[in-house]
Design a protein around this ligand. Structure first.
Ligand SMILES: [Fe+2]
Length: 219
């Protein structure tokens, strides 16, 4: 079990630690159709031994669409510059990827994103008829005695596994503190060092599964 000092706690606060904007894309129908129509998927779990779930394909948004999103991120975070860490040393960059995951393909996996690769992360929900309970959740540690712990991966650790000293913890070791509903064409942006996950997944047919576009920025 993780030590009680492994993570610090910061109450996830809208407008400070995470941001939500509906109707982020003016052409979400077109973007969604384009993403579902992709045929160049790279497969993740459970189809391969990758740890990320479902399937994904690059260039979810076109450059002009991405620029609108970048402008909004800069506006709400007050970051004067955003940049993307390119693929390096065997690590891929999954910025601006379409990701499609069905109900049977994964479960929530609370995690933080690597500190060296992003300060902010975001998803845009692109399923036209989503399960509203399958948005994005923020978690804090839950100890066996019921005590609640932290949720923030501090600067001394590159990621959550390093902070906790274990590869991962079961879902029962996490308390779901905040969940943001999945709504078509909504973006959820958050500090990447807060413990987070997809709240759940839905759909069994290709056209019904949970489609998102995913983003990772340094600032
Ligand atoms: Fe993440």
């Amino acid at each position: 079990m993780a030590s009680k000092t492994a993570l610090t706690y910061r109450r996830p606060t809208l407008g400070r630690d995470y941001w939500v904007q509906d109707d982020i894309l003016p052409n979400a129908d077109e973007v969604s159709r384009r993403c579902y129509a992709r045929t160049d998927w790279e497969l993740g779990a459970p189809h391969t031994d990758q740890i990320w779930p479902g399937r994904r394909a690059p260039h979810a948004l076109a450059p002009d669409e991405l620029e609108r999103v970048d402008a909004w991120v800069r506006q709400v975070t007050k970051a004067w510059r955003l940049w993307v860490v390119p693929a390096h040393e065997g690590r891929m960059s999954y910025h601006n990827y379409a990701q499609l995951v069905g109900r049977g393909e994964s479960r929530p996996r609370p995690h933080t994103d690597p500190r060296g690769e992003c300060r902010y992360a975001a998803v845009i929900y692109l399923s036209p008829r989503p399960d509203p309970n399958a948005g994005t959740s923020f978690y804090r540690l839950l100890y066996p005695n019921g005590q609640l712990g932290g949720n923030l991966c501090g600067p001394r650790s590159a990621d959550l596994s390093q902070a906790l000293g274990v590869a991962s913890l079961p879902l029962t070791s996490w308390y779901e503190e905040v969940s943001v509903e999945n709504r078509f064409n909504r973006i959820v942006l958050y500090r990447a060092d807060l413990v987070h996950s997809a709240s759940s997944y839905f759909g069994s047919d290709h056209a019904d599964k949970r489609m998102t576009a995913t983003f990772f920025w340094m600032a």
